[in-house]
Design a protein around this ligand. Structure first.
Ligand SMILES: [Zn+2]
Length: 231
């Protein structure tokens, strides 16, 4: 029985690490097994965290979890067409897009490990993912302070902190990652998978995605995140 368990454990470990090294999965081009749009292990941890928060009056709600490459490319191409039709150069359009949106293939949402959450216990309206809604008397501010105290106990960490010197993506008090799984995906992405992205002929503006672009995008957008995520 012990030997059987050992083999089973080995299989799960091998499967998990094969997934984390799979460039197609990391790029969002294939989908990992999902429950509630998260990887099963992430969903289990999320459920426990949600139950604990509920005891303190917080109604945690996921507004975005896994997202495919294809979906991210639709977002990218739509913004690209709008900006270039308004007279922006390719370079300007891309710089504008990457202030708020990720280059397809580089969204942490591709991995099934990252979630955007709000507090549904308070009335919400309009765009629920605005920074001010997570501070002062905003509808998700109790959630944010609860997460500051407790999220790490369930394996979740904030990615885009409000550190004033942080570059790349703006502060996102709603975005959390399940760190024990996502750290390997980030390594696979930045070490080799990312070079595949510029080969996609349906990706608008791809001619601008040269070595210089990727060097600064990796440094500022992908790696200038909460330093705890490198522990
Ligand atoms: Zn997010």
């Amino acid at each position: 029985m012990k030997a059987l368990l050992k083999v089973l454990f080995l299989c799960v470990t091998m499967y998990t690490s094969a997934q984390q090294n799979d460039p197609l999965l990391v790029l969002g081009k294939t989908t990992p097994p999902l429950v509630g749009n998260m990887q099963p292990e992430v969903y289990e941890a999320y459920k426990r965290m949600r139950q604990a928060a509920a005891k303190e009056g917080i109604d945690m709600k996921v507004v975005s979890a896994h997202r495919s490459y294809h979906r991210q490319r639709v977002i990218w191409n739509t913004k690209y067409k709008t900006l270039t039709s308004q007279g922006h150069t390719v370079k300007e359009a891309i710089q504008e897009i990457i202030t708020y949106s990720t280059l397809p293939g580089t969204s942490r949402h591709h991995w099934g490990t990252d979630i955007d959450i709000i507090d549904n216990a308070n009335p919400q309206s309009g765009d629920v993912l605005l920074v001010e809604k997570f501070y002062k008397d905003g509808p998700s501010s109790a959630l944010r302070s609860w997460m500051n105290r407790n999220a790490a106990d369930y394996g979740f960490l904030e990615v885009y902190t409000d550190h004033p010197n942080r570059k790349g993506f703006a502060h996102e008090p709603w975005h959390y990652t399940y760190h024990s799984l996502s750290k390997s995906y980030l390594k696979t992405l930045t070490n080799h998978a990312i070079s595949e992205i510029a080969k996609d002929e349906k990706l608008l503006g791809r001619e601008f995605l040269d070595a210089d672009f990727f060097t600064s995008y990796i440094a500022d957008h992908l790696l200038d995140i909460n330093p705890i995520l490198f522990d």
